[in-house]
Design a protein around this ligand. Structure first.
Ligand SMILES: *Cc1c(COP(=O)(O)O)cnc(C)c1O
Length: 410
């Protein structure tokens, strides 16, 4: 079965796939080697503009962990209202990308003391994941003589229905259970911690506008109830994101306009306890995923027991998610094409496998491609998020992939 939707707008020139205005072979020559990721800044900018148009009343943050590539991050930072980081390393990347520390927040269940200290010194918002973390934050702030700014990350008693990755509802390592938030709020003034607001993240990779709006509705209602016990005004509420991408064959792309309409309606009747708060939507994959293409060269084409294997120089060490080994239960194919013969009829059914010695290393399982030769370039689409950054790069000792960012041409 073939993968999901090729993002719209990919065309051929001289029979070859064109990415960000250049042929695939040009990019490979420019990089000097394969495999490589190409990130199209124009696609990123267009997606951010579309989200802003559909969700005009909220602030837009980018979750750095989706793709922290330096040039991409700098381009994104200039177009969104803030960045969300998950480690001190990402914090440094966010600051280097030019983000305003007042609009950077840091979530993650295992923040070390030195990470808390770095965040306090930088003046960013800490999203508190537990009472113990709150105590450490207060102590380190006192030691540094700097008042920390903190929001409470709430583990809500509901989940984003149908999310590809469940991160809320029931027992979770993320956030403070909603039932425990009131007593934690009461401790802010004495602890010398400035109260910023709430972060409530109900799930990820969702393609249903109805489910997303339903979770947003519950999120705002929960925030409004908790806000009644807040030690001061609620400055911001990060309501998460969860906007998914159509990676697989039967996926239907998210109806962004429907999400926008639903959220606008919710915002227009925001309860008074949170009426003054900045509402933040935090997105990772939705902003950058479709802007990336992974290009890998065919090394060998072989046959075994009547099946054809197209062996490439890349693999799951760069694209774990496309191999089906990153948070998916059933292995399904990402959209894939022969970039060197982009317009040729897909007359053969083959397995595209990576160069690692493990049966897990499959980039395309029974996919239709044109007759393919060693030397051809294979393109894996939707490679802009959780690609290199979420893959076991050291596994088997191959070199890292190359990465190229094509700035938006205006
Ligand atoms: C990972 C993460 C995100 C981004 O998820 P995407 O599916 O890439 O949009 C947003 N918020 C939090 C808290 C996260 O951990």
């Amino acid at each position: 079965m073939n993968g999901g939707h090729l993002p719209p707008g990919f065309v051929a020139e001289g029979g070859e796939l064109v990415i960000a205005g250049r042929r695939a072979s040009d990019w490979a020559a420019h990089a000097g080697d394969t495999p490589l990721f190409v990130y199209d800044g124009a696609r990123v900018a267009a997606r951010i503009a579309a989200v802003r148009a559909a969700l005009p009343d909220v602030s837009l943050h980018y979750a750095v962990k989706a793709n922290p590539h330096r040039d991409l991050l700098a381009a994104v930072a200039a177009l969104v209202d803030g960045l969300d980081v998950a480690s001190e390393g990402e914090l440094q990347m966010a600051l280097a990308a030019g983000a305003d520390p007042r609009h950077v927040s840091f979530a993650g269940p295992g923040k070390r003391d030195r990470e808390l200290a770095a965040a306090i010194r930088a003046g960013i918002t800490l999203n508190i994941e537990s009472e113990g973390e709150f105590d450490r934050l207060a102590r380190i702030g006192a030691e540094l003589g700097v008042r920390p700014r903190a929001a409470i990350r709430v583990n809500p008693p509901f989940e984003l229905k149908g999310a590809g990755m469940k991160m809320a509802g029931g027992a979770r390592p993320f956030g403070v259970d909603a039932a425990r938030v009131q007593s934690l709020l009461a401790r802010f003034p004495q602890a010398g911690v400035a109260f910023e607001g709430f972060q409530i993240f109900a799930g990820s990779q969702n393609l249903s506008a109805d489910a997303i709006v339903a979770a947003q509705s519950e999120t705002l209602a929960l925030a409004a109830r908790l806000a009644e016990h807040a030690p001061g005004p609620v400055r911001s509420i990060n309501i998460g994101g969860g906007f998914g991408l159509p990676y697989f064959g039967n996926d239907v792309p998210l109806d962004l306009a429907a999400v926008g309409a639903g959220l606008s309606a919710l915002m227009s009747r925001c309860p008074p306890s949170i009426a003054g708060a900045e509402i933040i939507v935090e997105l990772g994959r939705y902003l950058v995923g479709e802007a990336g293409v992974y290009l890998t060269r065919v090394v060998d084409v072989k046959s075994s027991a009547g099946q054809t294997f197209v062996v490439v120089d890349g693999g799951l060490h760069h694209q774990l998610a496309a191999s089906g080994n990153f948070g998916t239960v059933i292995r399904r194919n990402y959209p894939i094409a022969n970039a060197s013969r982009f317009e040729a009829a897909r007359t053969e059914t083959v397995h595209v496998v990576g160069c690692l010695c493990t049966p897990l290393d499959r980039l395309g399982d029974g996919v239709d491609l044109p007759p393919t030769q060693p030397g051809d370039l294979i393109a894996l689409f939707l490679a802009g998020a959780y690609g290199r950054t979420a893959s076991p790069e050291r596994f088997l000792g191959h070199p890292p992939p190359l990465e190229l960012f094509a700035p938006a041409r205006d």
